[in-house]
Design a protein around this ligand. Sequence first.
Ligand code: GDP
Ligand code: IMO
Ligand code: MG
Length: 406
Amino acid sequence: MSENILILGLQWGDEGKGKIVDFLSEKINAVCRFQGGHNAGHTIKVNGKQTVLHLVPSGILHENINCLIGNGVVLALDALDKEINDLKAVGINFDNRFFISSNCPLILPTHISIDKARDKDESIGTTGRGIGPAYEDKVGRRSVKLDDLADEQKLREKLNTQVNYHNKLLKNIYKRDTHDVEKIFDAILNYKHLFDNYCVDSQSLVNNWITDSKSILFEGAQGSLLDIDHGTYPYVTSSNTTAGGVSTGLGIGPKYIDKIIGISKAYTTRVGEGPFLTELFDQDGEHLARKGNEFGATTGRPRRCGWLDLVSLKKTVFMNSVTDLCITKLDVLDELKEIKICVQYNNLGEPIYQTMKGWQSITEGISNYEMLPQNAKKYIEFIEKFIECKATTISTGPSRDQTIHR
Ligand code: GDP
Ligand code: IMO
Ligand code: MG
């Protein structure tokens, strides 16, 4: 029987979505991205080899799986072209299995300049990939879309309008260099092969897959706390990272989503600015950062680290109708003597912790739940009970096989 699964992050991103998507892809026919852009960095480790994906769906390493970039994604053609070429160079085939929605808004170099200029003053700590400005233009109904590559004259006209508008902002408001429209036009035409080879009516494609009872995996990017509507605004990204994003970002109704797997690290991390109640500034925080190798997969920035926040996790589980919890990076807690877990906030909004005994033994690589140390099981079962959701997948290392499936 076919089953469509949504995988999304329940925290501020980097929960290990790439690893879990790759792990579950084997039994799936297609993997689709539905929001975000190349601000995402999804890491997959197979047989000791690490791959970091930004736009290409994390099903690509399984050769028989179709991969689709849905209309909800903002597309940087240069970044995508480089990613495809790097993957092709290691023998990955894209023919007849990789598709991009004709409706994707394009990220232009001017979006990136505006993002960087603005972030200097506003300090959200964005990835500098032009994501916010590109989504603004989508909502402002002036985006250049992938589809526009079909007609060079129309493309030139739309680019003219958009880039001239951006140039006014850059020159007058941000006091930055402007961009040459013709140069951007030529650069886009340079990537015409992406349009020729992969551009599709993605809504019909997904519709056909569903009609043909194919199993589809929807790959979330970022995390629920970075959602434009439900996250820690304004310290968020500019897309809907929560479950509703699948419907708008691919053009399918919610009834076709059979299972919703929400991923949380066994602790918490955040890249960039914004509130983080359980953040640690002590030795434990340093330990999590070091053992968890907590550096951003896209920008290389160090990730802020802290304890798991169950109050927040319970909310994001509800917000997304999570049916299955996945806990990643359990092994990172292995050496800790005590582990704290936030179960409540006091009236000043500060976290109240429950302290649990650590297990101080190695869980790395364990793939059978029964083999976990008692205290690790207690930790997981405490989480499950609090948020009223079973952890059906537990990750004990970055590699595909370092995974427990219950
Ligand atoms: P994503 O953005 O959600 O796909 O996550 P990232 O790839 O940005 O960050 C997750 C990082 O943790 C990557 O370096 C993964 O290789 C690594 N990782 C994933 N699961 C585990 C795990 O269970 N244990 C450890 N130690 N590392 C993991
Ligand atoms: P994955 O898919 C972690 C953060 C940025 C910044 C904020 C806004 O790998 O989990 P943006 O460039 O999107 O306008 O930046 O969102 N951010 C992420 N943090 N993981 C990500 O993606 C992120 N994508 C964006 O650091 O705080
Ligand atoms: Mg990431």
